[in-house]
Design a protein around this ligand. Structure first.
Ligand SMILES: [Zn+2]
Ligand SMILES: [Zn+2]
Length: 372
């Protein structure tokens, strides 16, 4: 076994799926480096071990899919034969032939949990074959649809897209991503994006200071891929009230964000102590990373999840909010994650969305232990 493969397997055997990451921080760094250093033959070695082992190799397969996009494609048929469908991201960009194999299983499988998982795999494949089948199932729902919690085509959100009324694919994420990293406050820091700082504006519900999750200078060409137009966008949130559901803001034309009139005060809002969560600014990293790099919440070693562009890292199920003005799903624009502020707390992520047509911004929140 090569040393990179050994490091990865040792990390897998010692890590957990959920919880605090501090005890594993050294292992994280070594394992992440090992994933990125894998040669072609080492990737094959690792996949063969994953396919033959009795052990749970989901973490390894998810990490391979995200760190080496496309490299699992030659294994998709074997993964299907071995009935390895979890996590669904391993089927990112799977071929139309694989989609037909998965679709056949959906029709014949008796297990509704597995049927949902197979739909997620189709969503990650995301090609014209999937769009066509999702459109057919939307127009003429098969009998097995009654077992699902969502109509089949709505599983697409797990993979960051939706089926339009015409049956086409509409992506809800940008294919360019930049990490947001811990920055300085020095005057020569010309980052076009900053995030994670309190402002002198208070939450109308709980009176806590609001936080700017993302402050984006949309005129800067480094973030032109977001296609936000020529203005400043400040995505603000209440760190406590966003917990209850999406909160929307709109731009007042001067670069300031104001509470959107559609926000409804939660009836079960409780009076809590306001902890200081955000203590430092994040800024744009120098180099982009692949939009899939942090798309899977599977104990990704050494990944910091705060980013602009790219795909959201859902801790729970995917939840893109509907724009309160046009009712369309709002595209994802970036996220701020807890490990950049408090690595030893429960893991949580604030997600940011923008509907450019209506000039509305939205925020949502998920954490690894929703009962807390
Ligand atoms: Zn609040
Ligand atoms: Zn809208």
């Amino acid at each position: 076994m090569s040393s990179n493969v050994e490091i990865i397997i040792e990390f897998k055997n010692n890590s957990r799926i959920y919880g605090h990451r501090s005890p594993l921080s050294n292992g994280f760094v070594a394992a992440n480096q090992a994933y990125h250093d894998l040669s072609d033959s080492e990737i094959s070695e690792l996949v063969e071990i994953s396919l033959s082992g009795e052990d749970d190799f989901r973490q390894v397969l998810a990490r391979l899919a995200c760190a080496h996009p496309g490299r699992l494609n030659v294994y998709h048929e074997r993964l299907i034969e071995r009935e390895i469908f979890d996590p669904a991201v391993i089927f990112h960009d799977a071929s139309p032939a694989c989609v037909r194999m998965i679709a056949d299983r959906i029709s014949s499988d008796e297990n509704s949990l597995r049927r949902k998982q197979l739909l997620r795999c189709m969503a990650w494949a995301g090609n014209a074959e999937v769009q066509s089948l999702f459109k057919i199932w939307r127009e003429s729902p098969p009998a097995w649809v009654s077992d699902l919690s969502l109509p089949p085509h709505e599983y697409s959100y797990e993979a960051g897209w939706e089926l339009t009324s015409n049956g086409d694919r509409r992506d809800l994420f940008a294919t360019i991503a930049f990490p947001l990293v811990k920055g300085t406050n020095s005057s020569n820091d010309n980052s076009p994006v900053e995030g994670g700082m309190y402002i002198d504006q208070r939450c109308p519900w709980c009176d806590h200071k609001l936080v700017v999750l993302l402050d984006i200078d949309s005129t800067n060409e480094r973030v032109s891929f977001l296609e936000l137009g020529e203005s400043r966008h400040r995505v603000i949130a209440c760190q406590d009230c966003t917990f209850y559901g999406p909160i929307f803001t709109t731009n007042n034309g001067k670069g300031d964000s104001i509470w959107h009139p559609s926000n409804v005060r939660p009836s079960n809002l409780i009076d809590i102590t306001h902890y200081t969560v955000f203590e430092r600014k994040l800024r744009l990293a120098d180099k982009p990373r692949h939009f899939l790099e942090s798309a899977s919440w599977w104990n990704a070693p050494s990944i910091t999840y705060s980013l602009i562009g790219g795909m959201p890292t859902w801790i729970q199920d995917a939840e893109y909010p509907n724009c309160p003005e046009c009712s369309q799903k709002m595209p994802f624009i970036g996220q701020i994650s807890s490990e950049d502020f408090h690595p030893y707390l429960v893991e949580f992520i604030f997600y940011c969305f923008i509907c450019t047509k209506c000039n509305v911004m939205g925020t949502t929140y998920q954490c690894s232990d929703p009962c807390d």
